[in-house]
Every structure is written in structure tokens, then in C-alpha cells.
Unconditional design. Structure first.
Length: 130
């Protein structure tokens, strides 16, 4: 088990009319490139097409994960909260991704607590580490 706690990021990606797929928290393998979005994407396996799929995240995806969404043509992004990290919603929407921000207080509380407890991991995760 990794000594590093994981950022509680995105959780699942699913294709319409298929069961939701869940990933574990991001980074349990100690790999800083493993975010919830990438873990969920990998867990879902290859799809004949990514059109019609939805990525659901706790908070806004970072640039890296936003690129993943565009690269594979994921159609819809559902974001739990965008208070702790704004993300690039307009950029995604400008490329045809439907973006829904739920502004869920529970997601915001989860992320606020995580950031307070693990500021170094948070900064690394959002590309702010120096
Ligand atoms: Zn990310």
C-alpha cells in the first residue's frame, strides 16, 4: 500500500445504458499521473467509441484529465464541485463536451478537508508544485 494518500478526484465513466464503473481514489499506486479520471478511464477498458460516455468527477478535472476527455471524445462531464478548483469548463464546452457542475456541498467539504490535510499532494495534483 502506498504511503501517499490519494486525492479524492473523479470517480467513474460510463457509457449510456451500461453499469457505472468506479475507480479507487487517485494515486494509490504512488504514481502522480494517476488521477481519479485516469484511473476510472483505465478501469473501464477500451470502448468501441467514447461518444455517449460520461465522466463523473468529485471536482473539476485538471488540464491533464481535461485533455484525456477531449482526446477520447467523452461526451459529457459531470463535476461535483468547482469551488476548490475551477478547471477548464469553458475550454471543454468549447470543444463540444457537455459540462454539468452540480455544486454539491458534500464534494466541496471533502475537497476542502483533503486540501487542508495534504497541501503538498494537492499542489502536485493540480500542477502547482515547485
Ligand atoms: Zn487530473
Amino acid at each position: 500500500m502506498s504511503p501517499w494518500p490519494a486525492t479524492p478526484r473523479g470517480r467513474r465513466r460510463r457509457r449510456a445504458r451500461r453499469p457505472a464503473l468506479r475507480s479507487r481514489r487517485s494515486g494509490p499506486d504512488g504514481d502522480p499521473s494517476t488521477h481519479g479520471e485516469t484511473a476510472a478511464f483505465r478501469a473501464a477498458g477500451r470502448q468501441p467509441t467514447y461518444r455517449g460516455t460520461t465522466m463523473t468527477t468529485t471536482l473539476s478535472p485538471c488540464w491533464y484529465c481535461s485533455g484525456l476527455i477531449l482526446q477520447f471524445g467523452i461526451s459529457r462531464l459531470v463535476v461535483g464541485e468547482a469551488r476548490t478548483f475551477e478547471g477548464r469548463h469553458e475550454w471543454l464546452a468549447g470543444h463540444g463536451v457537455e459540462v454539468v457542475v452540480l455544486d454539491d456541498p458534500e464534494c466541496a467539504e471533502l475537497m476542502t478537508a483533503f486540501i487542508k490535510e495534504h497541501p503538498g499532494i494537492w499542489n502536485e495534483d493540480i500542477g502547482e508544485s515547485s
